[in-house]
Every structure is written in structure tokens, then in C-alpha cells.
Design a binder for this molecule. Structure first.
Ligand SMILES: Nc1nc2c(ncn2[C@@H]2O[C@H](COP(=O)(O)OP(=O)(O)OP(=O)(O)O)[C@@H](O)[C@H]2O)c(=O)[nH]1
Ligand SMILES: [Mg+2]
Length: 195
């Protein structure tokens, strides 16, 4: 599903829970679209289709909280092509995000090196919003160039969680989105849902 800049319930549907807008950030071809697609409809395509502009998908998550209560969360997951160079467009895309996935490709060190730029941009626009790091394409173990250790350094530096993911096999994909939803609920204090 894709659409314009609004994520309001324009169709009149009422959702009884938290609604979070999250953004997927990272260099082109790291697997942003693939991770989102794996999570939202369980599919994977080996063909690369560049994301032009931005699109969004949504998924409802049911969290079973440690205190025993059940929390409904709707994730509105925004995806933007990593090749988008127009700075203002990137800023508009990130503005108002509740949280982010920062993604790199373990087979391409330059995508790891670019993580700081994505982090700085996100922090500049959303100083407080939680994020999660995805070291993606870990199924390609023969081609892997970025080991675990630098990823853990990033984790400490960004004060976030780090997961090794594969959009191809589905490894940790569900975990990443569920964890971000949990972190966001905790961040909101787990209190009255925003509508
Ligand atoms: N083996 C493997 N390939 C992957 C994985 N994730 C993505 N790919 C492939 O990598 C290529 C790029 O994936 P996309 O999801 O389109 O990358 P993107 O980050 O959305 O790229 P842009 O839209 O240009 O920013 C595609 O050919 C995918 O099939 C993965 O976990 N493992
Ligand atoms: Mg894409």
C-alpha cells in the first residue's frame, strides 16, 4: 500500500490503540523496502525495484505486556528511496516520526559507514525518538564484509538495540518491528493511546 503524506484515519476508521509513524532509513539497496515487505505481507523478491519518492504500509501489532495487559499498536511504516538526494524532501519525510529503523547492508561497508549520516539527520529532526539498527542481508554469509563488532559499537554509540536481519529468510524481522513497537509504547509511558 502506498499513499500521500497523511496517516490520519481519513476513512473514518477508529483504531483503539497507539498509532506510530515509523521511518526506514539507510543507503539505497540496503533492503529497506524488502524488510518492510517481509514484515507486512511475508514476501521477498530478489529483484531490485528502486523506491521512487516515498510510500507507506501499515500493520497492526498486538503486544502482550509484562504486566499481563494486551496493547494494540498500529505501525504506519514509511519507506523512502535511499537515492533521494533532495535534502528538504528527506527532512519532511522524517519530520514527526515516532521512531526509526536505521538499516545497513553487511555485504557493503560503505552502507555501514553512512549510518552516522542517517543517525545525525534523524537526531537533528527527531531528537528523542527511539531507533533500532538493522544489520541486513546476514543470509549472504560468504559475502559478508561488516562483522558483528562494528554493529555493536554503533549500538552503544546510538544507544539503541541492534539486530542481524534478513529480509530473504525473515531472520529477526518480526522481532525488529515488535521491539520498536514495544519501545515506543514504553516511551509514551504506556498510558492513554493517541488516536
Ligand atoms: N540476500 C538478500 N538480499 C536482500 C535482502 N534484503 C534485500 N535484498 C535485496 O537487495 C536489493 C535491494 O533491496 P530493496 O529492499 O529494494 O532496497 P532499498 O533499501 O529499499 O533500496 P532503495 O529503494 O533504492 O532505497 C533487492 O534485490 C533485494 O532482493 C536480504 O536480507 N538478503
Ligand atoms: Mg526501497
Amino acid at each position: 500500500m502506498s499513499g500521500g503524506p497523511s496517516n490520519s484515519a481519513a476513512d473514518g476508521e477508529v483504531f483503539d490503540g497507539f498509532k506510530f509513524r515509523i521511518v526506514a532509513l539507510g543507503e539505497t539497496c540496503v533492503g529497506k523496502t524488502s524488510l518492510i515487505r517481509r514484515y507486512t505481507d511475508g514476501s521477498f523478491s530478489p529483484e531490485y525495484k528502486q523506491t521512487i519518492g516515498s510510500t507507506f504500509s501499515k500493520k497492526d501489532v498486538v503486544l502482550h505486556r509484562p504486566d499481563g495487559h494486551v496493547q494494540n499498536v498500529r505501525l504506519i511504516i514509511w519507506d523512502m528511496g535511499g537515492q533521494t538526494t533532495y535534502r528538504e524532501l528527506r527532512r519532511q519525510f522524517i519530520k514527526g516520526a515516532s521512531g526509526a529503523l536505521l538499516i545497513y547492508d553487511v555485504t557493503r561497508p560503505e552502507t555501514f559507514m553512512a549510518m552516522n549520516n542517517w543517525y545525525s539527520l534523524f537526531r537533528e529532526i527527531c531528537p528523542e525518538s527511539p531507533l533500532i539498527i538493522c544489520a541486513n542481508k546476514v543470509d549472504l554469509s560468504d559475502k559478508r564484509m561488516v562483522p558483528v563488532e562494528p554493529g555493536l559499537m554503533l549500538r552503544d554509540w546510538f544507544q539503541s538495540e541492534y539486530y542481524e536481519t534478513s529480509a530473504k529468510t525473515g531472520q529477526q524481522v518480526e522481532t525488529v518491528f515488535t521491539r520498536l513497537a514495544e519501545i515506543l509504547v514504553d516511551f509514551m509511558g504506556g498510558s492513554t493511546p493517541m488516536m
